[in-house]
Design a protein around this ligand. Structure first.
Ligand code: BES
Ligand code: MN
Ligand code: ZN
Length: 498
């Protein structure tokens, strides 16, 4: 999609569709008021006749209004005027996006950003672009006869109240475009099936992104490199697969070399059948999404590069399949991780922590300012939090506050879970330093407790995205979460405000 920003009088803009906001009870912000006047009250009369009340998230497309240059007008419900915060505004943006995506309009002039609202213009523009890209996202590259919309939305212009607002909107658009592109990449990778999106494919994608970007460098550690480093836990998972494992390392240099980097680690399990502890058949296809943490990290690094973020960021994606095989991990096997700690693999389906623990130990060499890992780690997290919030685990109060705030600001929320030492005993093993599972209770916390044992050398947080990385049901598909949360956090850390 092509984005532009301009100032001007809404009623005089030639466009296929003018998009304006209307509050509950048909309270009209300045833009709608001006448009109504230009139509000599026809706008208000038509809204009333259609029963449109400005409720949040409702939209109404009107045709052939007199007195305006636009061919059509899309009225978007903003809800109560006093309650229009960023969250309510995002809801309105989403509704507008869906109406435009199915409305057979090739270009739209969006005046939703022209009225004075409590949300800063820059954040509003960022949210708007992200919402439009979400609404128009399609994944049909594997259909033999894709059916794209006849008239796809191709060009969007944001209307600004004045010059200085236009500048703020432009910056927000650039940020939104970069974040949406990273999110789209994460969705695409997530939606690709396991026979296409293999560890090799993830590594090739990371390399492709770095091509032509001077500040982004990709390094891929192969099986032999991992063996040399003693990554016995990661390699034990890969032993059950015919696909070679990869440890993808993306270096983004946006600050001087001596600035400690932020490191993002993402679980890149391209298909999780459970291994010898085989999963049940129902819905097993969904385990193609078990690489969504890795996809989010690759997407975030792409967005960092596109934004020229003044920060050093490193992405680390351990990638493998988890399948049953004569050579696969067996329950009871004991493996030695890169940290030297030994692990009794009591359940081969708790493989995420096995590939992540070696990736976390590998991070020590970067002397990171902070490490955040992102993983579809436990079904238990879905039981605990459902599909709205990612589980956030950390003992670092500052990091917790930053990540929770970034989640709130983007609507890509996390929710803090405990990570008390009291739980650690559940991982005791009679035969090794620890087991990889810890009984029936507190599954998401136990997964986090396991990882904590490998993250002692740096400030660290873990996001369990098992419930948020994809949707089930009719609109089954990857969500691209938590790219928005991660990018908001990184923007904040880089001191980029607004
Ligand atoms: N990838 C799964 C977690 C998962 C399950 C995510 C369902 C989303 C939906 C992970 O590798 C796994 O299998 N975890 C086990 C851990 C258990 C064996 C301790 C689980 O959640 O059942
Ligand atoms: Mn598993
Ligand atoms: Zn898994």
């Amino acid at each position: 999609m092509d984005y532009h920003v301009k100032t001007g009088i809404p009623a005089r803009q030639a466009t296929a569709c003018l998009v304006i906001g209307v509050h509950s009870g048909l309270g009209t912000p300045a833009t709608a008021e001006a448009v109504d006047q230009a139509t000599e009250g026809a706008l208000r009369r038509q809204l009333v006749r259609a029963g449109f009340d400005g409720a949040a998230g409702k939209t109404l497309m009107l045709h052939e209004l007199p007195g305006i240059a636009a061919q059509r007008l899309l009225a978007v419900g903003l809800g109560d005027a006093g309650k229009l915060d960023a969250k309510a505004q995002r809801k309105a943006f989403g509704a507008a996006g869906r109406a435009l995506a199915t409305g057979s309009v090739a270009d739209a002039l969006i005046a939703l950003t022209a009225d004075r609202v409590s949300v800063p213009a820059r954040q509003g523009a960022r949210d708007l672009v992200i919402a439009l890209e979400e609404a128009t996202y399609r994944f049909d590259q594997l259909k033999s006869k894709p059916t794209p919309p006849k008239v796809p939305l191709a060009r969007v212009t944001l209307l600004a109240a004045d010059r200085s607002a236009a500048n703020a909107l432009r910056r927000g658009v650039d940020e939104g475009v970069a974040i949406a592109a990273g999110t789209r990449l994460a969705k695409d990778l997530g939606n690709l099936p396991g026979n296409v999106c293999t560890p090799i494919h993830l590594a090739a994608t990371a390399r492709k992104i770095a091509r032509g970007r001077a500040r982004l460098r990709v390094e891929v550690l192969e099986q032999k490199d991992m063996a040399r480093l003693g990554m016995g836990a990661l390699l034990s998972v890969a032993r059950g697969s015919r696909q070679p494992p990869k440890l993808i390392v993306m270096h983004y240099r946006g600050a001087p070399a001596r600035t400690p980097p932020v490191v993002l680690v993402g679980k890149g399990l391209t298909f999780d059948a459970g291994g010898i502890s085989l999963k049940p058949a129902a819905d097993m296809d969904q385990m193609k999404y078990d690489m969504c943490g890795g996809a989010a990290v690759i997407g975030a690094l792409a967005a960092c590069a596109q934004l020229d973020l003044p920060l050093n960021v490193i992405g680390v994606v351990p990638s493998s399949e988890n399948l049953p095989d004569g050579n696969a991990n067996k329950p009871g096997d004991i493996v030695t991780s890169m940290s030297g700690q030994t692990i009794e693999v009591l359940n081969t389906d708790a493989e995420g922590r096995l590939i992540l623990c070696d990736a976390l130990t590998y991070c020590e060499r970067f002397k990171p300012a902070a490490v955040v890992d992102v993983a579809t780690l436990t079904g238990a997290c879905v039981v605990a939090l459902g599909h709205h919030a990612s589980g956030l685990f950390t003992t670092d109060e500052a990091l917790a506050g930053e990540l929770l705030a970034a989640g709130e600001q983007t609507g890509d929320r996390g929710w803090r879970m405990p990570l008390w030492d009291d739980y650690q005993d559940q991982l005791d093993s009679n035969f090794a330093d620890m087991a990889n599972i810890g009984g029936k209770s507190a599954g998401a916390i136990i997964g986090a407790c396991f990882l904590a044992r490998y993250a002692k050398a740096f400030p660290w947080a873990h996001l369990d995205i098992a419930g948020t990385a994809w949707r089930t049901g009719n609109d089954k598909g990857a969500t691209g979460r938590p790219v928005p949360l991660l990018m908001q956090w990184l923007l904040q850390r880089a001191g980029v405000t607004g």
